[in-house]
Design a protein around this ligand. Structure first.
Ligand SMILES: [Ca+2]
Ligand SMILES: [Ca+2]
Length: 361
């Protein structure tokens, strides 16, 4: 949304009256220069948003984490804008530039199935470029970011498949819901699942039903024996989901051990609750925990989950100037008695969820 940066800049300017409280409450690190060009400008804020939209792989995520909380999110971009507006001062002492990454761009293939029948429809590929200093960061970013969190509706979806199994998902775009790969593709039969119902809830826990159209699954999920590393997917729906966009997307850094996270979804022990509209009992459950360890494509956490949590968001809450932002950093995909597994939102996954140009609904 082009209005995003504009609204953030307005917000940053508005915040100039709150210099003291913001600057002291925030963990803003004035030594961080996200794009490594030696100055802190709006281009750094744009750079962070471009990463969050899956435009670039970046060599060192900690550079983008300007408040040093092990999460790269819209909040980091907002700190840069506040700095640019004169709210936060800089003490930039080092101007070490970002080394160009020699590896070529990263490309992943995806298959699309009809959400109701499971019929194959098409495939496509998405590429994430490596960032180099020669790349312009001045363009306006597009994406699904919504700085103001709407708590009237909830962004967590209950996804019910033909046969009765169910799990969770979360709204990431106007017509897209993110979930786990195994929610839409059945590894035991090596075939797409058929989605029978998608429910979202308002503040009074009243469900609304949405019409599933397509399921998108990474081919790497199928070719890697349904590895957790690639256990992510999205479902498109016919209706407009704008009112349910309560999460932003972000990424944890490799230093995220002990980071507090929340998990929300529809655990399986509540399966006996019927989901017909007349008697539906809202049974979304939120559990709290922390990151245990971080791998390249997944991370492990301690929040309690059950089977029906699959596909639900693992998110971080950040408060900036009195407003809380919930940023999803992982998709819950499974667990053991000692730790749970989440797909990490990497540049490739952010591209798929937030910068995907192949969405049909
Ligand atoms: Ca810079
Ligand atoms: Ca941060």
């Amino acid at each position: 949304m082009k209005k995003l940066l504009t609204s953030l800049i307005v917000a940053a300017v508005t915040l100039t009256t709150l210099v003291a409280s913001v600057a002291s409450a925030a963990g803003y690190n004035p030594n961080k220069d996200p794009n490594g060009d030696g100055v802190i400008t709006v281009a750094d804020a744009t750079y962070i948003y471009q990463f969050l939209n899956g435009k670039y792989k970046v060599p060192d995520l900690t550079r983008l984490d300007v408040d040093d909380n092990a999460v790269v999110s819209a909040a980091d971009s907002m700190y840069i804008l506040m700095h640019d507006a004169g709210v936060l001062s800089t003490s930039l002492s080092e101007t070490d530039s970002i080394d160009a990454v020699s590896a070529s761009q990263s490309t992943r293939e995806y298959s699309v199935y009809d959400a109701k029948t499971g019929a194959y429809k098409k495939n496509y590929s998405l590429s994430v470029d490596d960032y180099t200093n020669s790349v312009s960061t001045n363009s306006i970013v597009s994406g699904n970011y919504k700085p103001e969190t709407n708590y009237d509706n909830r962004g967590t979806a209950k996804i019910i498949c033909v046969g009765g199994s169910f799990g969770s998902g979360f709204v990431v775009g106007k017509h897209t819901i993110a979930t786990a790969g195994h929610m839409v593709y059945d590894g035991s039969t090596a075939s797409p699942r058929k989605i029978s119902k998608i429910l979202l809830f308002d503040a009074n826990e009243n469900p609304s039903s949405f019409t599933p159209v397509e399921c998108h699954v990474p081919d790497l999920y199928k070719s890697n024996t349904f590895s957790s590393n690639y256990d992510y997917a999205l479902i498109t729906v016919k209706e407009d989901l704008s009112d349910y966009m309560s999460f932003n997307l972000g990424a944890i850094t490799n230093e995220a051990s002990n980071l507090s996270i929340d998990v929300v979804g529809f655990p399986k022990s509540y399966k006996e609750t019927t989901y017909n509209n007349a008697s539906y009992i809202h049974n979304e459950v939120l559990t709290e925990g922390s990151v245990i360890s971080v791998d390249d494509k997944v991370f492990y956490h301690s929040a309690d989950t059950l089977g029906g949590n699959s596909g639900g968001p693992v998110f971080v809450s950040e408060t900036l100037n009195g407003i809380t932002y919930n940023t999803v950093v992982g998709i819950h995909v499974g667990g053991t008695s000692t730790r749970n597994t989440s797909v990490r939102l990497t540049a490739e996954v952010l591209k798929f969820l937030n910068g995907n140009t192949n969405i049909e609904y």
